[in-house]
Design a protein around this ligand. Structure first.
Ligand code: GTP
Ligand code: MG
Length: 272
């Protein structure tokens, strides 16, 4: 008797709400269409406000009814979409790997969501997945994998490379996404940390990002132009400890480490 009740409890269906976010034209609707309808529409049909759909999925022994709210990315529709942020268990954040601006906008999308929800604690109860979309268009790619992965994983978000056109990564992304939402629901509404905890620190992630965007060797080492040999070496040692490939597994750390080594060499060369 007890086992029957238990069984029923375990197999009872879950109702969840997920939303898609990201700049206009990055491929949010196409990713959803690829998953739900197994097809791709090459013509751009901008979402007007919100598109809504329901899909049923099976995750382990749970049946899920997923309500998908596909948001319009255009700023014009802010007034329409801002009402739909609340009560979401999952967010699909999409950018186009061929459009740097859409990647740089991810922070803005998170901000918009936080602003609408009003409290940070809600964000902790949401599973986020970042889709680096349009990876089929390899020639126009400008945001590389390590950059996107670093942004996502340093925030505890999933990262997937996807193509709505070819279907690459789309099913895998949704499977991991839904499975993590089930885990979260079974975990009392808290996002399970272990699964997406990156093996690196926020400091390491921020340092790699800073190094990537530094304007010259001084800036890269974080010293003032004209700094002494000692100052350069001190700054170098600090960065080397943080980023050495033996110690840091953050995406892009190897390149960042090499850049720091080169910057130090270049600066020391000019000091007599
Ligand atoms: P809004 O609804 O305006 O916010 O845009 P969206 O993010 O929903 O974009 P949508 O899915 O409508 O796709 C925009 C354009 O990009 C369309 O022309 C799609 O055919 C194209 N597209 C979407 N995903 C891919 C992809 O993975 N590869 C390629 N090559 N094109 C894609
Ligand atoms: Mg759309």
């Amino acid at each position: 008797m007890e086992t029957n009740i238990q069984k029923r409890r375990e197999t009872r269906s879950l109702r969840v709400k997920v939303i898609s976010l990201g700049n206009a034209e990055v491929g949010k609707s196409c990713i959803i269409k690829r998953y739900c309808e197994k097809r791709f529409v090459p013509k751009y049909l901008a979402t007007i406000g919100i598109d809504y759909g329901v899909t049923k999925v099976q995750v382990r022994d749970r049946e899920m009814k997923v309500n998908i709210f596909d948001m319009a990315g255009h700023p014009f529709f802010y007034e329409v979409r801002n009402e739909f942020y609340k009560d979401s268990q999952g967010v699909i954040l999409v950018y186009d790997v061929g459009q740097k601006e859409s990647f740089d906008s991810l922070d803005g999308w998170l901000e918009e969501m936080k602003q609408e929800l009003g409290s940070l604690s809600n964000i902790e109860s949401v599973v986020f997945v970042v889709c680096a979309n349009k990876v089929d268009l390899t020639k126009r790619r400008v945001v590389d994998e390590s950059e996107g992965r670093l942004w996502a994983e340093s925030r505890g978000f999933f990262y997937f490379e996807t193509s709505a056109q070819s279907g690459e990564g789309v099913n895998e992304m949704f499977q991991a996404f839904f499975s993590s939402i089930v885990d979260m629901c079974e975990n009392g509404g808290k996002r399970p940390v272990a699964e997406v905890t990156p093996g690196f620190t926020r400091e390491q992630a921020d340092t790699i990002r800073r190094i990537r965007s530094s304007k010259d060797s001084w800036d890269m080492l974080g010293v003032k132009p004209g700094a002494s040999k000692e100052e350069i070496n001190k700054a170098y040692r600090k960065l080397a400890v943080l980023l050495h490939p033996d110690k840091c597994v953050a995406p892009g750390s190897e390149d960042a480490f090499k850049a720091v080594v080169n910057a130090r060499t270049a600066l020391l060369k000019n000091i007599k």
